[in-house]
Ligand binder design. Sequence first.
Ligand code: 3HC
Length: 678
Amino acid sequence: MTSPIRTERRDNVLVVISDNPPVNALGQAVRAGLKDAIEKALSDEAVEAVVIRCDGRTFFAGADITEFGKPPVGPNLPETLDAMEASDKPVVAAIHGTALGGGCEVALACHYRVAVPSAKLGLPEVKLGLIPGAAGTQRLPRLVGAEAALPLVVGGNPISAKKAQGIGLVDEIVGEDSLEADAIAFAKSKIGQPVPRASEGTANEDGVRDPDLFDRFRASQARKIRGFDAPNAAIEAVKAAGTMSYAEGVKKERELFTELMSGTQSAAMRHYFFAERAANKIDDVPRDTPLIPIRKVGVIGAGTMGGGISMNFLSAGIPVTILEMNQDALDRGTGTMRKNYENTAKKGRMTADQVEQAMGLLTPTLSYDELADCDLVIEAVYESIDVKKEVFGKLDKVVKQGAILASNTSYLDMNEIAAATQRPGYVLGMHFFSPANIMKLLEVVRGEKTRDDVLATVMKLSKTIGKVAAVSGVCPGFIGNRMLSKRQEQANALIMEGANYWEVDEVLLDFGFPMGPFQMGDLAGIDIGWHRDPSKVATVREALCAVGRFGQKAGKGYYDYDEARQRTPSNEVKQIIADFAAKEGKEHREISKDEIRERLLYPMVNEGAKILEEGMAQRASDIDVVWINGYGWPLYTGGPMFWAQTIGLDTVVEGLGKHGLPVSNYLRERAADSGKFD
Ligand code: 3HC
């Protein structure tokens, strides 16, 4: 087998080149090739400096994740990098694309780093439930200081070449189109000088002078890292860089890395990494399906949803025509969009120019005719099948042939909506989640007649606008809301049987959700879909609405809210629930946290199994993608279906039986068979 690493001599500089598509992951062959190349450079007297660069779209994007969990085959990355750093001849990393994880660690082991302006550098291991494992946590703080290293190692987000230069991670920014030549010139300029080694750096002393730095940083990240093991280990490792010798620090890093690697969180997060990528692929749609160019988008409805949806496209530089019924609603909607952008700018995440650029791509209109030349129109109007059918009938008449018509419905029958047009092949669901400009998930609903090119186009488009997409078949509530309804059913039943509603919320908070079902009700508004007749009270929700407890916006819903939106349980609500339970003849009993958790979550897994059995989701991991990105299911458990496998499908089956809840045949079969869904 030919090695992915080749070398080319340019005068007295040896250029070491990796060609391991798609992302130059540091698999065994790459590591072996790198180590050989360094040995070759060291033993060849004619070579006085080394440049390491990659072919293709990126510098090394990290260790090869597919090798994780398999028996290791040498050489390992740390020893390869140690050999590199030990060289007395200057070694220069020439970076383009994304130098991530192990790739960033390669760069750190080099004596110098040059990068093109578009390059990014980062240590995203925490996103896989890990910390850097090839001395990244020890070399980086010694090179740039603990304070600058912490956000990189703990947050995992990459930084631009310019920022990297600002903290001392990159030595020189070179020409976008002349990386190799500039790197060679740079390397030549360093020949004969003593080489700087990151492992010998002293910048980490900032953490010794100010040891509180680490606790302050931990506190500032508390909300983001709640429940995750890796960020705390990452802080510990960076701290060790200041309190231990380099060799001891590396040992500490290895211990922490190994512990995380064998834990369930990392397994779950690695599962998610591949799940997210798999979800964008549709098994029966060829990868080379020609796409429909999307140059202009129409959005119907300038409410919260329509506005948020539009912002996704504007931010990606795609012009949007937004339609409303009357001028007031149109002005209100576009005003809110501008305000949202301006708030983002105030937080420093956008420049004032970018705000104007985005808003400049927006055309507000009251006329359907202005949607005629859109390539894609997304409808975000009132959730009623009749209203939607009318809108699609109209759209079909005015919008050019070949354009895609999408509905943002969250549970209606997409096939029926498509049938209101003469082009059902061009119709599908694009279910965004509120706030649509922020939430990552896009549930793409494939109708019976949706064409392959339409589906493939929307999946590709989802990436352009920064969404994570998963495909659902047509069924009430699709994947996400269909499973949510099972959880809500149990939440409602539990409070009738004696569980306090705040306990139900707490169980989900403890599990790792950002909020529980009753908090979610308060946030969304209890009065959604309410008939507005206080004298007609058939449910707890209606009883709350009847006394004006509409949720957070009214200062009271299930909970009472103070000015800072802090919630406290309400006696009034407790009484309403108790009265209801008494009326229905339900006896209150003590309900344990375990029972609450099992009854909330197991029926979701069961519904997920039914969704798979009916072919409404392509794979179990797609369901995980939906729940992690759309509903706050904790990433570190891998999503409902992966989590169920972790605790054992037989445990779920048994638990459902114990609580008298239905068990689908498919779940039973999977539990009895492999214990796995896919
Ligand atoms: N190992 C194995 N495969 C990888 C990989 C990796 N590190 N990174 C990406 N891939 C694969 C993807 O699974 C995908 O495969 P597919 O086409 O079969 O689905 C393919 O490469 C292309 O990836 P993307 O679709 O994600 O391509 P993008 O262009 O959108 O993104 C990227 C490129 C920014 C490099 C992104 O892939 C990424 O973030 N990769 C992971 C980076 C990472 O986490 N690195 C750290 C690894 S852990 C580590 O290094 C430990 C060390 O400290 C010892």
